[in-house]
Each structure stands twice: as C-alpha cells, then as structure tokens.
Design a protein around this ligand. Structure first.
Ligand SMILES: [Zn+2]
Ligand SMILES: [Zn+2]
Length: 83
C-alpha cells in the first residue's frame, strides 16, 4: 500500500508503514501521527470523564487533530476549553 497523503498532496509514492485508525488510509512515517484512543464515560450529570484505551493508535494528518486534542495534548486542550 502507498501513503495516501503523499499520493494526493505531494505527488509522491511512498510506501505506507501504517493504517490510519480512523479513515483507514495508508500512511508513511512522515504522515503517521502517534496517539491513543479514548472512551467517554458519563456518570450522571456533569462533565464526562475519559478513559484511555490500552494500546497505541496511529492516525493520518487529517484525522489526528481531533484525537490529539484530547489524547496526547490533553492539558492544552482542557485549558482551551476551560477558558
Ligand atoms: Zn506520506
Ligand atoms: Zn485518517
């Protein structure tokens, strides 16, 4: 499989080393972003808490921001929301 982002954005043909956990696109080492999946837990009223699921997830550059906002860079995301 080839890297989807390389093919469509840079007209390159790089071999994919991983598959995006969200959209399933092939991604090369440049375009792969490491992160984690989280599950939202709701205990009655109030803000939901989040449970980090075991294992690593790899995302493409397109899908990563939505996940990294709550996973790898939780502090920055929480501050932005709290402000
Ligand atoms: Zn690529
Ligand atoms: Zn993706």
């Amino acid at each position: 499989m080839r890297c989807f982002d390389c093919e469509t954005q840079r007209n390159l043909s790089n071999d994919a080393v991983a598959t995006c956990a969200v959209c399933g696109a092939g991604i090369c080492t440049v375009h792969a972003v490491e992160g984690y999946a989280e599950e939202e837990l709701r205990y009655g009223l109030g803000n939901p808490s989040r449970l980090r699921l075991p294992g690593r997830r790899l995302y493409c550059r397109t899908c990563a921001p939505a996940y990294l906002a709550t996973a790898g860079h939780r502090d920055a995301g929480a501050d932005a929301l709290a402000g």
